[in-house]
Ligand binder design. Structure first.
Ligand code: SF4
Length: 293
C-alpha cells in the first residue's frame, strides 16, 4: 500500500503501489493466480458445483474505485447467457473455460484483505461473465463474506435475476445493474436477448430497498439514440433504491480478445462517443434527478 487519497463516497482509498496477486482480464490479467485450483475428479466437481461449494472462476483482482466503493476484491465468474456486441470480456462467456475454485479458497483469500476493506469502505464484488449463472456458489460466497463482516456487491445484467433468491439478496449490500438499453429491440440487438428480465429485477431490488448502481454502456450508433436513453433514464428514475448512474463510454479495448478467440466482432468501425455525446446522455439522466458519474 502506498498513497491514501480521498474517495468520493467519503472513504479514503488506499492505492496499491504494486498489484498483489490475481489480476484482471480487463485491467491486468493474471487469472486465478494466488488461488488453489481444485484437483477433484469430474464427478466430484459436478456435485460440489451443485452444492455451491465449487465455482468456475475466470480471474480475480484487487481494484480501487471501480466495481463498487473503496478497494475491492473483484471475482470474475465464468459463464454468461448474453452475447453483448461490445463485450470487453468475451473470454468469460463460457463457464467451462473457468478454473474450479472452492468457496472456502476464495473466502480465505478475501479474509486477508479485511483491513483494507475496512479502511477504504470496500469489500467483495462478484462479477463476470454473469455471476447469476452460478447462483449456488454465489450464494455461498456472499454468505461467507457477510459472516466475515465484509461489504458485498454483485455486478449483473439482471437477465438471470430470477436465479437470485430473496435469501441471497439478504447478503447483497449493493447491486451494479447493467441496463444495456431501454428499448427492447435495441436490447435484443445488443445482447441477443430480452430486456424484460432486467427491468423486473431492477424493480424487485427497488421494492426490497437494495442499493443499486445503474451502468449504461454508451455506444455510438447502437445505444445512443435519444429515445433509447430517455427510456433507460425514465425507468431508472422509477427505482427508489438507485443511488448512482454510471455512463460507461464504449471503447475498443476488448477487440483484440474477440479476434484472438476467433469470434466475429461487429463493432470494429465504431468510435468512442464524443465528449458532447457523453454529456448529452449524462444530462438526460440528470434531468430526472439522478446522480450521474
Ligand atoms: S453481460 Fe457482460 S459478460 Fe455478458 S456478454 Fe454482456 S458485457 Fe459480456
Amino acid at each position: 500500500m502506498s498513497v491514501v487519497t480521498p474517495h468520493d463516497a467519503g472513504a479514503p482509498v488506499i492505492e496499491l503501489a504494486v498489484p498483489l496477486v490475481g489480476g484482471s482480464h480487463r485491467r491486468a490479467s493474471a487469472g486465478t493466480a494466488g488461488l488453489e485450483v481444485s484437483a477433484a475428479d469430474r464427478s466430484t466437481r459436478f456435485a460440489q458445483m451443485r452444492a455451491g461449494e465449487l465455482g468456475s472462476l475466470h480471474s480475480w483482482e484487487l481494484v480501487t474505485a471501480v466495481d463498487g466503493p473503496g478497494t475491492r476484491m473483484t471475482a470474475f465468474l465464468a459463464g454468461c447467457p448474453l452475447r453483448c456486441l461490445y463485450c470487453h470480456n468475451p473470454d468469460t462467456l463460457e463457464m467451462r473455460h473457468g478454473e474450479p475454485v472452492t468457496a472456502v479458497e476464495l473466502l480465505a483469500r478475501l479474509a486477508r484483505y479485511r483491513t483494507i476493506f475496512e479502511v477504504t469502505g470496500g469489500g467483495l464484488t462478484l462479477s463476470g461473465g454473469e455471476p447469476l449463472m452460478q447462483p449456488a456458489f454465489v450464494r455461498r460466497v456472499l454468505r461467507g463474506a457477510k459472516e466475515l463482516g465484509i461489504h458485498t456487491a454483485i455486478d449483473t445484467s439482471g437477465y438471470l435475476g430470477a436465479h437470485c433468491s430473496d435469501e441471497m439478496l439478504d447478503d447483497v449490500d449493493l447491486v451494479l445493474l447493467d441496463v444495456k438499453s431501454g428499448d427492447p429491440e435495441t436490447y435484443r440487438r445488443v445482447t441477443g436477448h430480452e430486456l424484460a428480465p432486467t427491468l423486473d429485477f431492477g424493480r424487485r431490488l427497488a421494492a426490497r430497498g437494495t442499493e443499486t448502481w445503474i451502468r449504461f454502456v454508451l455506444v455510438p450508433g447502437l445505444t445512443d439514440d435519444e429515445g433509447n436513453v430517455d427510456a433507460v433514464a425514465e425507468y431508472v428514475a422509477t427505482l427508489g433504491s438507485v443511488s448512482r448512474v454510471e455512463i460507461l463510454p464504449f471503447h475498443q479495448m476488448g477487440r483484440d480478445k474477440w479476434e484472438s478467440l476467433g469470434m466475429r466482432y461487429e463493432l470494429g468501425q465504431t468510435q468512442p462517443p464524443s465528449p458532447e455525446l457523453v454529456e448529452r446522455v449524462r444530462g438526460q439522466f440528470r434531468a430526472r434527478g439522478l446522480t450521474v458519474h
